[in-house]
Design a protein around this ligand. Structure first.
Ligand code: RNT
Ligand code: ZN
Length: 417
C-alpha cells in the first residue's frame, strides 16, 4: 500500500466521525515551533566558557557535539531536513558570533553579533526568537537581576536591554515577530531570611529593561518562572506568582515551561486560564523525569494534552517552543524527535472530533465520553502523519534515522572535543 492509499483509507475512517483530515494537515502546516539551538551543543554557546551554571544540567557525553557556529548551523540544517514544515530557531545571547575576533561582554552585545544568524534564517525562511543569557557567566555566580550588588544588577539590566534591541533587529530583518524570553536562575539553597527584597529588586530590574522603548508589534517579551533549580532548592526569586502577576500588569507574556511546576501540576490545565486573561501565552515544551531534567519531548500523554489545549484555544494564541538538552544521545536525533513528536501531538489534537467530545461533556455523558476518547487513541493517525511527511518532502516513519546514521558516520564522528 502506498502512503497515499493509506491516507485515503484513514481519511474515510476520520470522515465517519466528522473529522476533515485535509483541513487538519493544512492547519498543522501553519503551526511553527521554535527549535532551541541549545540542544545542539549542551547549552555551551560560543563564548568559550563551557561550564553550564544556573541550576540546569546537560548530562551525557555523546560524541559529535557542535563546537562552533558553522557546525551548529550545519546540524540545524540536518535536523530541518528531517522535520516537516517551516519553523523558527530559538537563540540564546551566549550564541553571539564575534567574527572580527573582538568579543564583547554580555552588557555590550549588539545586533551585528547576530548578523550571521539573521543571514542563516533569511536564507531558509526561518523566524528567530531570542533569550538573554543570565547564567554560565562569572557575574552570575550569585544572582543576576535580583542581585543585592548594584553593579552586578546593573550589568544584567544592561544585558536585558541589549537583548531587547537584538530581538527587535531580528523581527525587523525577518519581518516576523520575535519572542524574547527572560529566565533567571536566581534563588537560594536554604531557607531565606528575606523573600521580599530579591523579588522587589527583580521587579525593578525588569521595569528598567522594559523602559527601553521597543516595538511591541515586533517583540513579544515573555517571562519564565520555575519552582526550583539544582543548588537553589529552597527559594526561587522568579516564581510562578511573581511572573504571572508581572506579566499581567505589564501586558507582556507569561511563559510556561512544563518542567517548572510541581510534578502533579499540569501545564495543559493552565493554558485556558491564562488565555482568558491575556491574548497569548508562551510555552516551553519539555519532559521532566522526576525533576526539571529536560529530557527529549515524547509523543506521550502530557504532550498530547498540551497540544489539545493549544488547538482548542487557538494555535495562533500560543507561542510554541521546545526546551530540552540531552547530551546522552545523538543531539540531532533529539531535535528531530522532539519536533516531530510535538507535531504528532498537534496532529492528534487536530484529528479529534472536538465538537462531539464537547457535546458529550456538556450533556454530562461521561461514559460515552470516556469510551470515545479511549477508542480514538487507536484511530489511524499514523497514516495521516506519513502523508503529511510525504507532502513536506521529509522521510516517513523511522526512515529519517538512516540519514542521521550517515551524518554521524561522515560528519559527527570526525569531530573531536
Ligand atoms: C531553565 C529554563 C530555561 C533554559 C533555557 C536554556 O530551567 O527552562 O528556559 O532551559 O533558557
Ligand atoms: Zn524553559
Amino acid at each position: 500500500m502506498t502512503t497515499r492509499e493509506g491516507y485515503e483509507t484513514a481519511r474515510e475512517v476520520y470522515r465517519k466521525i466528522g473529522v476533515d483530515t485535509d483541513a487538519a494537515i493544512d492547519e498543522l502546516n501553519k503551526i511553527p515551533i521554535s527549535m532551541h539551538c541549545w540542544q545542539g551543543d549542551d547549552v555551551a554557546g560560543f563564548e568559550g566558557n563551557t561550564k553550564l551554571s544556573g541550576g540546569i544540567q546537560a548530562t551525557g557525553n555523546y560524541p559529535g557535539k557542535a563546537r562552533n557556529p558553522e557546525e551548529l548551523m550545519m546540524d540545524i540544517d540536518m535536523a530541518f531536513r528531517l522535520i516537516p514544515g517551516t519553523h523558527r530557531i530559538n537563540l540564546h545571547a551566549s550564541y553571539a558570533i564575534f567574527d572580527d575576533g573582538d568579543p564583547v561582554d554580555r552588557d555590550q552585545l549588539e545586533p551585528k553579533h547576530f548578523k550571521k544568524w539573521v543571514e542563516f534564517a533569511k536564507e531558509r525562511n526561518l523566524g528567530l526568537d531570542f533569550n538573554p543569557t543570565f547564567f554560565s557567566h562569572p557575574k552570575a555566580s550569585n544572582a543576576t537581576l535580583s542581585s543585592e550588588e548594584e553593579e552586578i544588577r546593573r550589568f544584567w539590566i544592561d544585558h536585558g536591554k541589549c537583548c531587547l534591541r537584538i530581538s527587535e533587529y531580528f523581527a525587523t530583518e525577518l519581518s516576523k515577530p520575535c519572542t524574547m524570553n527572560i529566565w533567571i536562575p536566581d534563588g537560594l539553597k536554604d531557607i531565606p531570611a528575606d523573600r521580599f527584597s530579591p523579588r522587589f529588586r527583580l521587579k525593578d530590574s525588569l521595569d528598567q529593561i522594559l523602559s527601553l522603548p521597543y516595538d511591541k508589534e515586533k517583540v513579544n517579551v515573555a517571562v519564565e518562572s520555575k519552582v526550583f533549580g539544582i543548588g537553589v532548592e529552597s527559594y526561587t526569586v522568579g516564581s510562578h506568582e511573581f511572573y504571572m502577576n508581572y506579566a499581567a500588569k505589564n501586558n507582556i507574556l507569561c511563559l510556561l515551561d512544563n518542567g517548572h511546576y510541581h510534578p502533579t501540576e499540569s501545564v495543559a490545565d493552565k493554558i485556558s486560564s491564562m488565555l482568558l486573561f491575556s491574548d497569548k501565552v508562551a510555552l516551553h515544551v519539555t519532559r521532566s523525569v522526576r525533576w526539571d531534567s529536560d529530557h527529549v519531548v515524547l509523543y506521550d500523554e502530557e504532550t498530547k494534552e498540551i497540544a489539545k489545549e493549544i488547538i482548542r484555544n487557538g494555535s495562533d494564541r500560543v507561542i510554541l517552543a521546545l526546551d530540552f538538552f540531552d547530551a546522552s544521545i545523538n543531539r540531532i536525533s533529539a531535535w528531530v524527535l522532539g519536533m516531530r513528536n510535538m507535531q504528532k501531538a498537534l496532529l492528534n489534537a487536530l484529528l479529534l472530533p472536538m465538537d462531539q467530545l464537547m457535546k458529550l461533556q456538556n450533556a454530562r455523558n461521561f461514559t460515552e465520553l470516556m469510551v470515545l476518547q479511549e477508542e480514538l487513541k487507536l484511530y489511524p493517525i499514523g497514516d495521516v502523519w506519513n502523508y503529511f511527511c510525504e507532502l513536506n518532502g521529509v522521510p516517513q516513519r523511522e526512515e529519517w534515522y538512516e540519514e542521521i546514521r550517515d551524518y554521524e558516520r561522515n560528519v559527527l564522528s570526525k569531530r573531536n572535543e
